[in-house]
Design a protein around this ligand. Structure first.
Ligand code: HEC
Length: 237
C-alpha cells in the first residue's frame, strides 16, 4: 500500500511537470506546441511581404483598432515593436526569448495565441516569424511609394476631356490635360495655349498650364470673347 501511494505521487509529479510546460485549453487539455520546422531559405525575411500577411490573416481581427486586446496593436511595425500591456513582445535576434514566439508557438506556460477556436499558426508561419526575429526583426523598407509627391504632369499626358466651340464657329478650345489649346476652325491650325501666369507648382515653379489638375470643362461666352474653364474645385475665366 505504501509502495502504491508513492507510485501515485511520482505519477502526479510527472503530470505536474508536463503541466508546467504548456498552457491549458478550456477543457483542461494541454495545448500542443506548434511543430518546429526548418525553413529552406537564404534570403532575408521581409516584414512587409512575409510577416505582416500572417498578422493580417490570423491576428488583426483582435489586435488592430478598433479592437486592441491586451493593448497590443499589430497595425504597424512600430506598434508591434511597442508591445502590449506587458511591454515589448519581441527581442530582436532572440526568437526563443520573445513573448510573441512563445505565445504563437504555444510553448508558454500560461497562454497561447491566437486563442482557442481560432486557427493556430502553421509550422511554416511560425518558422518565418522566428527567422525574422533571429535576423534582427528588421523594419519594412521605407518604400518610395509610401509618400505621395506632386509632380508636373508628364508632357505625354495630352488627353482631351473638354471642348468648347465659340458661337460664331470660328474657334475651338480643347482642354488637353492641364492646358487649354485654341485652334482656328477655318484653317485647323493651333493658334495659342491659354496659360494662367499666376499658377505655381507645389514646388513654387511657374507651370505653363491653365490649371494644376486636368481641365474637366470648358465653355465659351455667347459673345465669343470669353472662355471659362474648370477642374476639380476651381474655375478660371
Ligand atoms: C480572437 C481574438 C484574438 C486573436 C485572433 C489573437 N489574439 Fe492575441 N490576445 C487576445 C486577447 C483576449 C489577449 C489578452 C489575453 C490575456 O490577457 O489573458 C491577447 C494577448 C496577446 C498578447 C499579449 C500582449 C501583452 O502585452 O499582454 C500577444 C503578444 C498577442 N496576443 C499576440 C497575438 C498574435 C501574434 C496573434 C496572431 C497570431 C493573436 N494574438 C491573435 C485576443 C486575440
Amino acid at each position: 500500500m505504501r509502495c502504491f501511494s508513492s507510485f501515485l505521487a511520482v505519477l502526479t509529479a510527472i503530470a505536474n511537470l508536463a503541466g508546467a510546460t504548456f498552457a491549458d485549453d478550456a477543457d483542461g487539455q494541454k495545448v500542443q506546441p506548434i511543430a518546429v520546422v526548418k525553413l529552406d531559405r537564404s534570403n532575408p525575411v521581409s516584414y512587409a511581404k512575409d510577416i505582416e500577411p500572417i498578422f493580417i490573416k490570423k491576428c488583426r481581427v483582435c489586435h488592430s483598432p478598433p479592437v486592441t486586446e491586451a493593448k497590443f496593436n499589430l497595425r504597424t511595425y512600430q506598434s508591434l515593436r511597442k508591445g502590449g500591456k506587458h511591454g515589448t513582445v519581441i527581442v530582436p535576434g532572440k526568437s526563443a526569448e520573445s513573448l510573441l514566439v512563445k505565445l504563437v508557438g504555444r510553448t508558454d506556460a500560461k497562454a497561447f495565441m491566437p486563442p482557442e477556436d481560432e486557427e493556430p499558426l502553421s509550422p511554416s508561419e511560425l518558422a518565418l516569424i522566428k527567422l525574422w526575429i533571429d535576423q534582427g526583426a528588421k523594419p519594412p523598407a521605407a518604400g518610395k511609394h509610401n509618400r505621395i509627391k506632386l509632380q508636373p504632369l508628364s508632357a505625354a499626358v495630352r488627353l482631351v476631356r473638354a471642348l468648347a466651340v465659340t458661337a460664331d464657329n470660328s474657334i475651338v478650345a480643347a482642354g488637353r490635360a492641364n492646358q487649354i489649346h485654341v485652334y482656328d476652325i477655318s484653317t485647323g491650325e493651333f493658334t495659342r495655349s491659354l496659360l494662367d501666369p499666376e499658377l505655381k507648382s507645389s514646388a513654387g515653379k511657374p507651370t505653363k498650364a491653365a490649371h494644376l489638375g486636368i481641365v474637366e470643362s470648358l465653355v465659351a461666352s455667347p459673345d465669343n470673347t470669353t472662355l471659362a474653364s474648370g477642374n476639380f474645385g476651381e474655375i478660371a475665366v
